[in-house]
Design a protein around this ligand. Sequence first.
Ligand code: AMP
Length: 198
Amino acid sequence: MTRLLLIGPPGAGKGTQAERLALAFNVPAISTGDIFRYNVTNNTPLGLEVKSFMDAGAYVPDSLTNAIVADRLKEADAASGFLLDGYPRTTDQVAELDRLLVAEGTQLDVVVLITADTDEVVARLLKRAAEQGRADDTAEVIRHRLDVYAEQTAPLIDVYSTRGVVVTIDGLGAVEAVTDRILAALAERGLRASTTTL
Ligand code: AMP
């Protein structure tokens, strides 16, 4: 049973690391951003509802986001652990996740904070914009997403730090090196991956 959160500014490499860690720990990587993007691409009712928020680099309302996560965590594959990527992002979402976990009689093992300085994350996001053409990766929207992160999500680091569950990982460098750092920090906390050959 491994229950992890990944937190960090846009462009810190959360998505990439989430997929690698999910493989290593054999748990589903649950990314609210991916769920929303999937729905936007497929023009579902949810997609139509969230598109304008995403395009503007704003957060999707908590009520909608919380409902999506509550549903997703009820699925069978999340029963034996999960890795949440990009959720929670607001104090309201922390409260909802707490409620869901208490209801299940479980708790988070570790919150992995991936750090990267602003110049680096902006450079990475602009590169991703050129490669993937994400609607929210333009210079202006990137700036807004970073502001929203600083305002609404960075304060969550204190909330989880007070609980003693945060490990801070330098997100600079090669993807593999960052994964190794995370795996080492998790192992120190007694969380051993089922495989380290990624
Ligand atoms: P991401 O791929 O995690 O950077 O998320 C892309 C976009 O999806 C964000 O800029 C938000 O518009 C939306 N989003 C993803 N996760 C959340 C969340 N936990 N709360 C609110 N909005 C979210």
